[in-house]
Ligand binder design. Sequence first.
Ligand code: UDP
Ligand code: MG
Length: 314
Amino acid sequence: MMTKPYISVVIPVYNEQENLRQLFERLTSTMDAFGRPWEVLFTNDGSRDNSMELLKSFHKQRPKQVRVIDFSGNFGQHMAIIAAFEHVRGEVIVTLDADLQNPPEEIPKLLAAIEAGHDSVGGYRRNRQDTFFRKYASKIINGIRAKVTRIRMKDQGCMLRAYRKHIVDNIVASGETSTFIPALAYSYSANPGDVEVEHAARAAGESKYRLYDLIRLNFDLMTGFSMVPLQAFTLFGMIVSVFSFLFVVFLFIRRIVVGPEAEGLFTLFAILYFFVGIGIMGLGIIGEYVGRIYKEVRRRPRFIIRNIYEETND
Ligand code: UDP
Ligand code: MG
């Protein structure tokens, strides 16, 4: 009989060969010292480097504690986490990044907050070690998210988080393909909390997110948790209609009183282009929602698991 783990640590891995050894070492020593039964689930998200071999060697080293889910391709960080969520056995689930930006030594802090009664705990990064651009963009997005959605968390981008099992079960059951896990967890949580955690620069390798991925991810957050972008457009359209109507009335009266006019042609163009631009943006926003709806209704598998390396005789 295997002892049931109390803590399940979930780590998505995409081309992290330079970081995995140190990560595993620091994780095991932290968790062993913590003294409760634990397990770790790595999801290999289609790495093209040596990551999978390393993960398999960890599984060999501690077959009872280390499980590895091997994706058949790259399905993204959030899907990698959800796949692991489907298989966790612990009562408390902790997520963290594989690049050592989230120090494993901080896990006990999150667990303490869970034991104090929170059912979902987010880390917020002290001295965030990212590029100036990332930090700044993230501030803006955090600000927009706070205004546009009902989610109140300190640092949505920090993936060092802990959840009670029922939250994770609900995330799995929701079955969405383009979702943002911290926000989803928040919306299922009865008593969310935040704790301050350290943040390090990426130990090796480079960020797997290019600008385009970041934009897409943040659209997932906005469209997945708010209708405000659409509603703002309806409202804006209504305001423009009212003003246009007043303008038409004005022109009509002017025509009768002053006579026809032909000046200000280019001003008119400028105004027109402005509204055309806004209109195209509106189409884009609708497209973002429609595309996501399409993705959901097709009900294609969210990810494909090639193999799971685990001890099954429990
Ligand atoms: N990751 C993943 N699949 C991807 C991109 C990233 O599993 O398609 C993992 C990556 O290995 C790391 C975590 O997600 O463990 C965060 O990625 P990264 O550090 O590149 O993101 P950043 O810290 O720049 O936001
Ligand atoms: Mg990182």
